[in-house]
Each structure stands twice: as structure tokens, then as C-alpha cells.
Design a protein around this ligand. Structure first.
Ligand code: M6R
Length: 358
């Protein structure tokens, strides 16, 4: 049941310290600073990666692809519904990763089946043991998040991103790109502490108060760069699906190439500032000049604070962790906006938990 919570979504958001603990169990060793991912498939010949998924899982795929690229492993995230072998960059040495919580999404299965015909190595990063994707891929990599009842994916995004983080470091070792894994010592220790860090964000979040400040706006924009871009897109998807308000998420730098025409004092801009770069700050200021309220999701001392009207705090950790914590803040923001609007949070109109048609 929902226990003390009004909705499964809120329960699942609050379960993340535990679900992440399970995701990471036995896969990280902070003492030796090592990642021990239990994968049997021989990945020694892999020279590039394709990650495929839909919706939230596609955003996790984007997150994974950014990380792989950071360690110089060529990787692309592709929307499963757009997957097409003839336009893809699939080679014999491509590793194909289906990212799917349910393991039953038709578009994702269709891409997996096309690739299985080609005989390349396939993994399924999935939550459901013995799901179709788990059975049809060469090997399942379970995210161990536990059952997710709310239609809106929350804890499974965090666990997918965590598994893809481990996988990216694992691959960067194997592929031996010459570029060291992504600040591995800090990554391993910050990942080990991630469940506690999520708990602290949940306990101290200002998202509920903030949600009330920004009801009844025209649209909601979410911006970020790199890993923060996938978090911005995910933040907007969550927001639109449960509040029914218009929300868009995009790369910060794209704002001035079109969306800026929509920006007014009735379009709050949520800026995910989870890297040291000042570019998102410049982009947020462009919106502020047009009257948009700016909500910064960032560590306390980030330079965007000069331009921010409101702040959702995340600690300054390895970028993987800072971004996942920013995502938790955005989950809470969407949830509390949706409760203020009295939406059907666990079963938003027109949506299904598992989409089994193409
Ligand atoms: O089960 P899957 O991860 O394959 O589902 C893919 C999407 O339908 C799913 O992530 C959807 O976007 C979320 N429920 C939205 O919160």
C-alpha cells in the first residue's frame, strides 16, 4: 500500500534512498574505489554503444550516453520509436543497451529485436525480472528498484541512471579509451553516499513551498547542459505528465534559438546548474531580462544565485550525483504542483504504465 503517503508517486520518491541502496549493493566498493558490475557478456571487443529507450528511460539513456562520452567511449542515445537499422551507426562491435523499466515497451522491444537479428551484443537495463527485454537481450542488468506503481517513473529513473553510471565506468576500463574513467575515486565515494544524500534532499527540500509560488503560469521551461540537459528534459516530462501544464526541457544554449520567443514573466525557467560552467547562467539571464522568474537548482555557491529568484538546493558532488539529486528536487516540484492542482497523480489521464503498442 501507500503507507503514510497520499500517493504511490510520493512514496516512490521517498523510497529512493532504499531503492538506490539496493541498486548499488555489491556493485561498488568504496574501500578499494572499485566498481564491480556483475556482467558475464564479453565486452572486450566493444568500440561503441547505442542506448535505446522511450520517455523517462530515453532520458536515462541520454544520461548514460553523456557519461560514456565523458570517458571517450563513443555512445549515442536513440529514441526507440525512431530506431532504424538503416540509419544507425551499428557495427559488429557496437554494444546495444535497451533501457526499459518494465521490459515490455513495444518500441524498445522492436529495436532490440532488429538488433538481435544483426548478432551484436545486447544488454537490457530493466527493473522487471524475466521481463521480455530481460529474456530477449543477451543479458539483463537489473536495476533492483522494486515495483513502481505510479505511472510517473521516479525511483526507476534514478536507479537506471545509477546502473548506467556503473556500466559506463566498467566499459571505459574495458574499451581502454586512454581517457581515465570519470574521476573514479570521487565517483565511487559519492555514489556510495548517494542514498544518504537523497535522504537529506528529501528532508530539506523547499519544493512544496515553491510549487505554490508558481501555479497558474503559461508554461514551464527547464534548461541544463550535458548531464543537466537530460535532467531538464526529464524534469519537464514529469511536470507535464502529472500537472497537465505545458512544460518543455531543452539544452540551455538552445533557448536563444527559438524558445526565447515564448519567454515572459509568466514562464518560469528552472535552471539545472550542476556543472562548473557559466553558460547556463548566461542563458538564464537572457530569460530573466524578459521577465521570467528563475529557479536555480544548484549548489549554494553557484554563480547563478545572483540571477535566481528561487533556489532548490543540491550539494556539490561528482556531477553524476549532483544531477541525480537535482532530479529528485524536480520530482518533488512536479508532485507538489500536481497536488495543488488536484490532479490524478498516480494515473494521469491518457497515460499507461506500460506502452505495449508501437
Ligand atoms: O517501461 P519503460 O521504461 O520502457 O517505459 C518507457 C516510458 O513509457 C516511460 O518511461 C514513461 O515515459 C514514464 N512512465 C513517464 O514517467
Amino acid at each position: 500500500g501507500k503507507g503514510q503517503f497520499d500517493h504511490f508517486m510520493l512514496k516512490e520518491i521517498h523510497t529512493q534512498p532504499t531503492s538506490l541502496q539496493k541498486t548499488l549493493e555489491g556493485r561498488l566498493d568504496p574501500a578499494s574505489g572499485e566498481i564491480e558490475l556483475d556482467i558475464e557478456t564479453d565486452l572486450s571487443e566493444v568500440d561503441s554503444v547505442q542506448l535505446v529507450g522511450c520517455g523517462t528511460s530515453y532520458h536515462a539513456a541520454l544520461f548514460g550516453a553523456s557519461l560514456l562520452n565523458r570517458c571517450d567511449v563513443p555512445a549515442r542515445a536513440i529514441r526507440a520509436s525512431e530506431y532504424d537499422l538503416t540509419t544507425g551507426s551499428l557495427t559488429d562491435n557496437t554494444l546495444f543497451i535497451a533501457v526499459t523499466q518494465s521490459g515490455e515497451t513495444a518500441d524498445t522491444l522492436s529495436a532490440l529485436r532488429q538488433v538481435n537479428e544483426e548478432g551484436v551484443e545486447t544488454l537490457a537495463v530493466t527493473n522487471v525480472v524475466q521481463s521480455t527485454a530481460a529474456r530477449e537481450a543477451d543479458e539483463p542488468v537489473y536495476i533492483r528498484a522494486g515495483p513502481e506503481i505510479g505511472v510517473a517513473a521516479t525511483k526507476t529513473f534514478s536507479s537506471q541512471a545509477a546502473v548506467l553510471t556503473l556500466l559506463s565506468q566498467h566499459l571505459s576500463d574495458i574499451v581502454d579509451s586512454g581517457v581515465p574513467a570519470d574521476n573514479l575515486d570521487r565517483l565511487v565515494s559519492d555514489m556510495a553516499d548517494l542514498p544518504d544524500a537523497v535522504e537529506r534532499v528529501l528532508q530539506t527540500s523547499d519544493a512544496k513551498r515553491l510549487a505554490r509560488e508558481y501555479l497558474d503560469m503559461n508554461a514551464y521551461f527547464f534548461i541544463g547542459r550535458g548531464l543537466g540537459c537530460s535532467v531538464a528534459k526529464e524534469g519537464a516530462l514529469k511536470f507535464k505528465e502529472i500537472t497537465y501544464e505545458h512544460a518543455e526541457g531543452f539544452a540551455s544554449g538552445e533557448l536563444k534559438h527559438g524558445p526565447l520567443a515564448l519567454v515572459t514573466d509568466r514562464t518560469p525557467v528552472f535552471a539545472v546548474c550542476t556543472d562548473g560552467s557559466d553558460k547556463t547562467v548566461t542563458n538564464a539571464k537572457e530569460a530573466k531580462t524578459r521577465g521570467a522568474p528563475i529557479v536555480a537548482i544548484c549548489p549554494s555557491d553557484h554563480q547563478i544565485m545572483d540571477a535566481a529568484d528561487e533556489h532548490l538546493y543540491v550539494p556539490d558532488r561528482h556531477p553524476v550525483c549532483t544531477n541525480l539529486l537535482a532530479n529528485v528536487q524536480l520530482q518533488l516540484l512536479s508532485y507538489y504542483c500536481a497536488t495543488e492542482l488536484d490532479r490524478e497523480i498516480d494515473k494521469p489521464r491518457n497515460l499507461a504504465k506500460s506502452v505495449t503498442v508501437e
